[in-house]
Each structure stands twice: as C-alpha cells, then as structure tokens.
Ligand binder design. Structure first.
Ligand code: NDP
Length: 279
C-alpha cells in the first residue's frame, strides 16, 4: 500500500487560524521587518510568500530593501536600528547577502529576542539546552509534521541526513528531546543506506534532487523531505518520491510539505516574540 501523503497545508492552515485569533486579541499587530540586501530571485520569491502569509494572520510585514552595495558597517547599523525600534517585534535577514558581507556576524548582531528565524547563537543554544524560545523555523516544521503523522518519537530510531545549523542540527536536537534515538548523517557518512534503511523516521535535508531512493527506506517509515531543488521547471525534493512513496508509511510532498509549515513557524515565532516583548 502506498504511503499516506503528509501535506503541509492542513497543519499550516490550522496553526495560522490559531495565530490569527491570537493576533486579533492583541493591542497592536506584531511587526516583522525583513532586511534584504542582495538581489536574489529565490529570496525575493520567499519575501513575497512571507508578506502574504503575514497578511493572512494580521502581522504587519515590511520588506526593507537595502542598497546592494552597502558595507558591513552599514548593514550592522540597519540591524541595530531594527533592534532598537520598539515597534519592530521580529527581524529576518534575507539570504544570501551580497558578496563580501559577513553573514554570521550579521546574524550575531540581531537581538535574540527579535530573531524570529532562530539563527542567533543564543536561540540555537537554547535549542541545544532543550529550552527553545525562537527555534529555527524549518526544524520546528520538521518536528510538527512528524508529530502530525502520529509517529511515536519516544524510543524511535530517527535518522537525520544533513547537519546544517538551521535544519539538520536543530531538528536532531529537538527530536532527541522528544525521546528519539537520533543519528545524524552527512557527506562523510560511510554507508548512508545502512542508516536510512533502519530509520523509523527519516528526515532528509541535503539539497540534492531525488538522492534518497526507495531501496534505502525502511518499510512503513515516516519520511520528511526538506529538500527544495529546482529541476526541469519545478521543485523536487531530496527524496525520489515516486519510489519512496511505495515503501514508506507516510511522506511529505515537495512542494507542499515542509515549506508551508516552515513559513507558518515564522509567523508563530513573530507572534511569540511580540507577546514576550509586550509582557
Ligand atoms: P546545507 O547545504 O547547509 O547542508 C546540506 C547537508 O547535506 C550538509 O550537512 C551535507 O554534509 C549534507 N550532504 C551533502 N551531500 C551529502 C551526501 N551525499 N550524503 C549525505 N549528506 C550529504 O543545506 P540546508 O540544510 O540549508 O538545506 C537542505 C535542503 O533543504 C536544500 O534543498 C534547501 O533548499 C532545503 N530547504 C528547504 C526549506 C523549506 O522550508 N522547505 C528550508 C531550508 C532549506 P556536510 O555537512 O558533510 O557537507
């Protein structure tokens, strides 16, 4: 029997409805500022998606387009201004930054209380401590989709492929905190299929189209495909969907799986940040 499809939209819609109700009760809408310095088509498309999602729940969204030729000091001044503005509750730094700018330094300059992308070391450290406040949105989406599938994480064999700071590592830590036994694989992993094929829950965040094949999956596994790879005029995941759907118990589609939930977690972080700042 083919796997059930774990669509992101029903979960995203449910959370967004709760957020909209919460925002409606607030004295003023939360305000999210996105700083965009580079001219990148994907970043622009993502900003458009953020703006629409924010409108949907009543969050004020402002895209601040910065001079692509700005210096590191000028970028840091923009971040400081947003940090200090009490009307701004959340700040996102749209990536990639133009060549020559230091991304990590810019992320460290964010006020952790306004870092709704969850990229500041303080927020990542809180995830490591098991006390997340503003956790990275994609990692939150991964956990939420697994929980939505009904999979029991306590005692489960979970394999995460990819160890990026915003996806693989925080997702692995958050799953560990839910009682799973977590293995994290990366490009240096000697026998990837050995690990993936024993996973009851498999999270794939590599960035390589259709890399994980049907014969690398444990029958009945829950498969969360984070990958977004542009191929032949559309997006495909890191998992060979047509094959894996025949073996897995549940699988997220690409697009339409992790993506809509990730944007929703950005909204949730923004509402949470505003609530804490106003408390
Ligand atoms: P990164 O490029 O930062 O990390 C990729 C990871 O994959 C690295 O840890 C790398 O290993 C590992 N890797 C690369 N090749 C292999 C291999 N052959 N075998 C095993 N592991 C391998 O990627 P991100 O985490 O930022 O993104 C991953 C994917 O998720 C991308 O397609 C991205 O577009 C997508 N994405 C989707 C989001 C969404 O909301 N849907 C949000 C964020 C990302 P090593 O560390 O050894 O180099």
């Amino acid at each position: 029997m083919p796997a059930s499809i774990l669509e992101g939209k029903p979960l995203a819609d449910r959370i967004r409805a709760e957020l909209a109700a919460e925002v409606a009760q607030m004295s003023a809408p939360p305000r999210l500022v996105a700083l965009m310095a580079g001219e990148d088509a994907a970043a622009r498309a993502y900003a458009k998606m953020q703006a629409k999602a924010c409108r949907g729940v009543g969050i004020d969204y402002e895209l601040r387009e910065l001079d692509p030729a700005l210096s590191q000091d000028e970028l840091l001044a923009e971040i400081a201004a947003a940090n200090e503005d009490p009307a701004v509750n959340g700040i996102i730094l749209q990536l990639p930054l133009p060549e020559g700018l230091d991304e990590a330094a810019a992320q460290r300059a964010l006020d952790p209380a306004k870092d709704v992308d969850g990229v500041h070391p303080v927020n990542l450290g809180l995830v490591a401590e098991g006390e997340p406040l503003l956790a990275p949105c994609t990692a939150q989406a991964v956990v939420a989709l697994i929980e939505e599938s009904g999979a029991q994480l306590r005692g489960a064999e979970v394999v995460v492929v990819g160890r990026s700071v915003i996806v693989g590592k925080p997702a692995a830590l958050m799953l560990l905190d839910r009682g799973a036994t977590v293995t994290v694989c990366r490009s240096t992993t000697r026998d990837l299929a050995f690990h993936t094929s024993r996973a009851e829950v498999l999270v794939v965040a590599i960035g390589r189209a259709k890399m994980i094949r049907g014969d690398q999956i444990r029958p009945g596994a829950v498969v969360i495909d984070v990958g977004m790879n542009w191929m032949d005029g559309g997006y495909v995941g890191d998992v060979a969907f047509d094959e894996v759907v025949q073996v897995a118990g549940a699988i997220t589609p690409v697009p339409g799986g992790v993506g809509p939930v990730t944007v929703t977690m950005l909204l949730r972080n923004t509402v949470e940040a505003a609530k804490r700042q106003r408390a």
